[in-house]
Design a protein around this ligand. Structure first.
Ligand SMILES: Nc1nc2c(ncn2[C@@H]2O[C@H](COP(=O)(O)OP(=O)(O)O)[C@@H](O)[C@H]2O)c(=O)[nH]1
Ligand SMILES: [Mg+2]
Ligand SMILES: [Zn+2]
Length: 284
């Protein structure tokens, strides 16, 4: 049978398959192959003897939390309390896209905005969806449920952005787990904590926030560049234009005539700079 590992406690693996769970151990062969099974792994297992026989090739995996085959990340972004940070949002988008994880932006706390402020958010929603990113709000649960169908997801977002509240709206059982964990999360503790996937209808949701550290150093400069998807179709005079120092850059032109959001461009430049700073010593 085929299933998905949803929980690991020492060498006992909980495998979910067809709405049932099986407590399995791993065959010696798997241990010899030196692949450590991860939460999120798709496995072939013997459902009589409760043994994992084979781990399927992973599409991706995250380090913190350790989780394999993440399809999407819900980027929970509050527009107030804490204030909207487009810098953080664009970083999270780059991390997702660079790791082959589909980002889904979920704006929260729109009810705290004045009419004029709301207009700006509506503009942002339009901008991000026009460039091809999925965007919704925590008021549109119908759309959210449609977006998470059949996927393995992590949630990410600042403390207080509304992650637990959102899970609670989906399913009370999910919330319990998340709250417990966020309270138990002292600084630095989350690296050792095991992640667990909760089944929500046809989806699996990680109980630990993803991308707990915003580490872009494992991305290449090409990945950073191509994660700004609205730049990709723009043809600059220089084929390998970095869109930073070059004078006749078409991306910059698009920023000046407001086709590209200024904050997107600034956040791109900042990511390129921090990439260069972190790689400066390894350059020949
Ligand atoms: N006004 C308003 N408050 C919200 C919304 N979503 C969450 N909150 C509140 O924001 C606070 C932090 O939410 P919580 O879900 O614990 O955030 P987390 O740290 O991301 O899990 C709580 O007091 C929630 O009741 C929202 O859409 N509007
Ligand atoms: Mg929480
Ligand atoms: Zn350019």
């Amino acid at each position: 049978m085929e299933g998905k590992i949803t929980k690991i406690i020492s060498n006992l693996y909980t495998v979910s398959s067809d709405n049932k769970t099986y407590e399995c151990r791993a065959r010696g062969k798997i241990r010899y192959e030196k692949i450590t099974p991860l939460v999120g792994d798709i496995v072939t297992f013997d459902n009589k003897e409760n043994y994992i026989l084979k781990i399927n090739t992973r599409k991706n995996y995250l380090d913190r939390p350790m989780i394999a085959n993440v399809d999407s990340a819900l980027i929970i972004t509050s527009v107030k309390k804490p204030d909207l940070s487009l810098n953080l949002l664009d970083k999270q988008l780059t991390l997702c896209i660079g790791n082959k994880i589909e980002p889904i932006i979920v704006f929260t706390k729109l009810d705290l905005l004045k009419k004029s402020e709301l207009k700006k958010i509506k503009f942002l929603i339009k901008y991000y969806s026009n460039i091809g990113i999925k965007v919704t709000t925590n008021r549109n649960l119908y759309k959210l449920k449609r977006l998470i169908k059949n996927k393995t997801l992590v949630l990410t977002g600042q403390t207080g952005a509304g992650k637990s509240s959102l899970l609670n709206k989906l399913d009370k059982k999910l919330n319990l787990a998340t709250n417990e964990i966020s309270e138990a999360l002292g600084r630095g503790k989350h690296t050792t904590r095991h992640v667990e996937l909760f089944k929500y209808k046809t989806s699996f949701i990680a109980d630990t926030p993803g991308f707990s550290s915003l580490d872009i150093t494992n991305l290449t400069i090409e990945q950073i560049k191509s994660s700004f998807i609205e730049f990709n179709n723009i043809v600059c005079p220089y084929k390998d234009c970095s869109h930073t120092r070059e004078k006749e850059c078409k991306v910059k032109e698009n920023v000046n005539n407001k086709k590209i959001l200024k904050s997107r461009y600034e956040n791109y430049c900042e990511l390129v700079r921090s990439y260069e700073n972190s790689h400066i010593f390894s350059k020949k």
